[in-house]
Design a protein around this ligand. Structure first.
Ligand SMILES: [Zn+2]
Length: 317
């Protein structure tokens, strides 16, 4: 079932977008267990006729990652493929094909192709790749850092920025290691979206390689400041709409979530927070996000137990 909610009327020029305006969308956020209610496997929302944001249901995976689909005149780019491989359970390809069909009906192009890219290669962002691999007109970008950098033409000489032309729609890609060695951020000049994966989002920012994380955030802020960024868009929501209050790890039901979309200001806040913690490993909570500096095993373990307890309590209430 395709859950299409209302679109925000926007101009296609990023310059005209207002970064403080909320999308005004209520994302699927899991169901109370035993309520008899079940969310659709995916929610698809049209930002405009060529830009879609999808979210995997929390009923399928507690990660409930967000996925982005940008349509150009000659190519489409799907950013991330979710946490679930099984197409019957998680029919990502069906949702994408339906959108492509609609798009090509009004924008016919003979050799239309699809690039399946990733914000990084953790399992909750690449599991659906199998639904696309080997399909005609489809290129699935490799998961290794070298494959990612070479696909997008990112090198030291390019200032760590590469790009792909989707046909009248340039997507710039910049390398932002720290959460994962192959992490990249995508900038779409048409909407002004900066898609940041797990590097920046309203949730727990796990910085395994802290020096790389801080360096990446500094470069990302510079990158974003020299472009028109409308929204900074990550891959999860783990914060509530109350400042400094997160959902426990593994939460399956998040009724009062923080909004997905963040602003340029939020990005600068994340960078500033990260630089202030260079000598302070461990978990640190801020209004709209948390930073986990280093491995943080103890905090993660207790968070995991809290999450399991919450899920159990919700289930048997
Ligand atoms: Zn993730």
């Amino acid at each position: 079932m395709l859950t299409s909610l209302r679109s925000v009327p926007v101009s296609s020029k990023a310059n005209d977008l207002v970064s403080t305006a909320s999308f005004g969308i209520k994302w699927i956020h899991g169901s109370v267990p035993r309520s008899g209610k079940r969310d659709p496997p995916l929610q698809l929302w049209h930002f405009d006729s060529s830009t879609m944001i999808l979210r995997e249901s929390k009923d399928i995976s507690f990660e409930a990652p967000f996925i982005y689909l940008f349509l150009g005149r000659k190519k489409a780019m799907l950013i991330d493929t979710g946490a679930t491989q099984n197409r019957r359970k998680f029919p990502l390809r069906d949702y994408v094909e339906k959108e492509l069909e609609k798009w090509l009906n009004s924008n016919p192009y003979r050799d239309y192709s699809v690039i399946v890219a990733h914000t990084h290669s953790h399992g909750d962002h690449v599991a659906g790749d199998l639904q696309f691999e080997g399909k005609p007109g489809t290129v699935v970008v490799g998961k290794q850092v070298g494959q990612v950098l070479s696909f997008f033409g990112i090198s030291g000489a390019s200032g760590n920025v590469g790009q792909v032309d989707l046909g009248g729609r340039i997507i710039e890609v910049t390398h932002v290691p720290g959460h994962h060695p192959a992490s990249v951020a995508f900038y779409d000049s048409q909407t002004g979206f900066l898609v940041t994966g797990d590097t920046v989002y309203p949730g727990r920012l796990y910085a395994r390689d802290y020096p790389a994380f801080v360096d990446s955030l500094n470069r990302l802020v510079d990158f974003a400041k020299s472009r028109k960024v409308s929204y900074v868009l990550g891959a999860h929501v783990e914060m509530t709409d109350t400042p400094r209050k997160e959902y426990p790890i593994g939460a399956r039901y998040q009724p009062n979530e923080h909004r997905l979309e963040m602003s340029m200001n939020d990005l600068v806040n994340v960078r500033n927070a990260a630089t202030s913690l260079v000598n302070r490993p461990g978990p640190h909570m801020f209004d709209d996000f948390a930073i986990y500096h280093g491995s943080c095993y103890r905090a993660l373990l207790s968070g995991l137990f809290r999450g399991m307890a919450t899920n159990l309590v919700t289930r048997f209430r």
